[in-house]
Write a protein that binds this ligand. Sequence first.
Ligand code: C5P
Length: 227
Amino acid sequence: MKLCVALDNPSAKENLELATKLKDFDIWLKVGFRAYIRDGANFLKELKKINPNFKIFLDLKLYDIPNTMADASEEIAKLDVDMFNVHASAGKEAMSTVMKRLESYPSRPLVIAVTALTSFTNETFTEIYNQDLASKATQFAKDTHESGMDGVVCSAFESMDIKNNTSKEFITLTPGIRPFGEDAGDQKRVADLVLAKKELVDFIVVGRPIYKSENPSEVVAKILSNI
Ligand code: C5P
């Protein structure tokens, strides 16, 4: 299991300071909307300068018509990031078009698709998708697998079921992780490390419990020694 730290701080300076504190750890860094919209591609280069071995997950959750998603994916592939994501609800045609377009990039980033956001409850999810969250998340995962993508973003609660319905190698990345039972914030389906391990999660994403901590490197060390 790998740890992916969400860089969701309010400024580039704070994110770069956090990355510097964590530079000796074997971790992934997640750059999301907030950081990328504000700080752009140059910020990714700054992170690699701190430690060229940092792996970067660009969490922009693409959702658009197939051709626009493929165009955007191609631009992302040129950014030298290690993983990015799309929404599975954009559909199989869009996901297959993305993967087809990336065929000409031999060292393409991993591509995963969001099944259900971890801030949904079953009720709020069903209002939009008209289907039970767990069964629809598994359906989205199957679509993602059949489209040739590498894995999915899901909650830890769905990881094992998704692997059983796709393949053991199909990546599951789970946000909403509160490693040792910390405050959930707006996340509804939170899981701790014990559950994530049991569910064979490949990547855990942890944001606030690390970047809001007084001592982020201590938290990261503790998480790494437990996974
Ligand atoms: O602070 P916290 O650990 O809740 O951060 C979780 C991170 O994962 C945030 O950056 C959030 O945008 C992201 N994320 C999520 N649920 C998803 C996909 C991404 O919480 N399904």
